[in-house]
Structure formats: structure tokens, C-alpha cells
Design a protein around this ligand. Structure first.
Ligand code: NAD
Length: 248
């Protein structure tokens, strides 16, 4: 196995792969020889060579159908990247129960649904792994993130539980904990602030490294965990956060 070609012969599904971290991950795995399918609720701009499939991780039938179509197309499945997620801001007083249900449904149950659909195929792979996109919010106690942090805390716990359940079957399960990543998501948040430029400068000033994380840096970490180079790694959370959680 040559580094840079470690995904030759493997097939991957990446949820939320039409934008930001997911799209960078799809391109990275494909560049290393992987056959990739992007599963997204809005796959519009994804090029055909990344096999875009429209599916919503909030809908069990839609996800199961999409995963089985991809597995049929590729003749199996080796890697699942559970990356689709949505945000929420506020304290526990700010978000209504309906919003809690919706965010937990997408960020947590979305992973459960896609994993359920993929596990029967992953069990047949000699090089199977799942990588979940978690967040520094799961560990760092960020203000105004009660609902989002709770959802990502659940993703972290789910990752460890799934690793315990499936590592014995040859399926490694890990997650990445990104910090503030310069993706369309973050750009949208900045655009909606009163002073986007000042807000961006303040965000950058909070980073120990003095810059935002790039989608490519997270994609490289996901690719490491997903591929055979991390063959001994399961049940871990890899921080890709510019030091924001570890440095005080
Ligand atoms: P993004 O908004 O750029 O991309 C998210 C993609 O997910 C979009 O293509 C969207 O269509 C898709 N998606 C959303 N809901 C979906 C659903 N129900 N079914 C299928 N697809 C759906 O966001 P991003 O910044 O690349 O974030 C990706 C992941 O990274 C998320 O799980 C997010 O929580 C996590 N994350 C992001 C940051 C950050 O700073 N950007 C930090 C930590 C964690």
C-alpha cells in the first residue's frame, strides 16, 4: 500500500458531502483512489464523478435506499463518513423543544440511520471503517451552543459505543472534532452578523494558531482515520481545532 493510494479498490459514502468538510473529504478520498458517493439533501453542485445521491439523513427510508443503491453500484462498501450536521445557537432558554428534536434527529439519529443501513455492507469489507464528524463543542463548553454541544456530545459517546460494538467485527469507528472551520456554514453565520469583517477578525483572534481551520485539514484527518494507515485506531476522537480545546 503506497501512502496517497491507500484507498485503491475501496468504496465510500460521505453524508453531507456536497459542501465544506464533506466535499473536501469526498475529493480527498477520490484523489487517493477511492470510489466515492456523496449523499446529501442538496447534492446539486457535486460533480458526477463523486456520484451524488439525493438523500436526507432525517429520513430512514431515503437513507437506506441511497446506501443500498451506492453499495450495488460499487459492489460493496468499505468506508462511511457520517458528516451531515446542522447548527443551533442559544442557551437552554432559547431553543424550543421542536428545535431540540430536529437538531438531535439530524445530528445524532442521522448517524444511527446511515450506520444501520451501511453496517451489513461494511461487515463484508476487509478494510471497514466509520468516521463521524463531531465537534470541539462536545468537549469545550462553548457559550451559546447548548443544543449543538449536546448533539455533538451524543455523537462522541455514540462513536465510542459503536467502536465497542463493531471493532470485533473488523469495523473501526472514530470521530474528528473540528474547531472553527472556514466552510460555507461558518461564512453564512458571519454574513448574518452585524459586522462580518469584525466578527471574522474576532473569530481568528480566538484561535491559538491565529487562523481558522481549513476544510482540507479536517478532510485529511478523516482520510487518515478512514483508511488502512489507521488500522490500529478505533474508539478515538481526533481534534482538528487549531489547539482551541487543549490550549488554555
Ligand atoms: P456545510 O453547511 O458547509 O455542509 C453541510 C452539508 O450537509 C451540506 O451540503 C448540507 O446540504 C448537508 N446536510 C445538512 N443536513 C442534511 C441532511 N439532513 N441530510 C443530508 N445532508 C444534509 O457544513 P460544514 O461546516 O462542512 O459542516 C459539516 C459537519 O462538520 C457538520 O456535522 C458540522 O456539525 C461539523 N462541524 C463543522 C464545524 C465548522 O466550523 N464548520 C466545526 C465543527 C464541526
Amino acid at each position: 500500500m503506497n501512502p496517497g493510494e491507500e484507498f485503491q479498490g475501496l468504496a465510500a459514502v460521505i453524508t453531507g458531502g456536497a459542501s465544506g468538510i464533506g466535499l473536501a473529504t469526498a475529493e480527498t478520498l477520490a484523489a487517493r483512489g477511492c470510489r466515492v458517493a456523496v449523499l446529501d439533501r442538496s447534492p446539486g453542485p457535486v460533480p458526477a464523478w463523486l456520484h451524488p445521491v439525493q438523500a436526507d439523513v432525517g429520513d430512514a427510508v431515503s437513507v437506506a435506499d441511497a446506501v443500498s443503491r451506492v453499495a450495488d453500484l460499487f459492489g460493496g462498501l468499505d468506508v462511511l463518513v457520517n458528516n451531515a450536521g446542522i447548527g443551533a445557537t442559544g442557551t437552554v432558554e432559547d431553543n424550543a423543544d421542536e428545535e431540540w428534536h430536529h437538531v438531535l434527529d439530524i445530528n445524532v439519529l442521522g448517524i444511527v440511520r446511515t450506520s444501520r443501513a451501511a453496517l451489513p455492507y461494511l461487515r463484508r469489507s476487509p478494510s471497514a471503517s466509520i468516521v463521524n464528524t463531531c465537534s470541539v463543542a462536545a468537549l469545550a463548553g462553548l457559550p451559546q451552543r447548548a443544543l449543538y454541544a449536546a448533539s455533538k456530545g451524543a455523537v462522541l459517546a455514540l462513536t465510542l459505543a459503536m467502536a465497542a460494538d463493531h471493532s470485533g467485527e473488523g469495523i473501526r469507528v472514530n470521530c474528528v472534532n473540528p474547531g472553527t472551520v472556514d466552510t460555507p456554514w461558518v461564512r453564512r453565520l458571519l454574513e448574518h452578523s452585524d459586522d462580518p469583517e469584525a466578527e471574522r477578525a474576532a473569530l481568528v483572534a480566538r484561535q491559538p494558531t491565529g487562523r481558522l481551520v481549513t476544510a482540507q485539514q479536517v478532510a485529511d484527518a478523516i482520510a487518515y482515520l478512514a483508511g488502512p494507515l489507521a488500522g490500529a485506531t478505533t474508539g478515538t476522537a481526533l481534534a482538528v481545532d487549531g489547539g482551541i480545546q487543549g490550549i488554555r
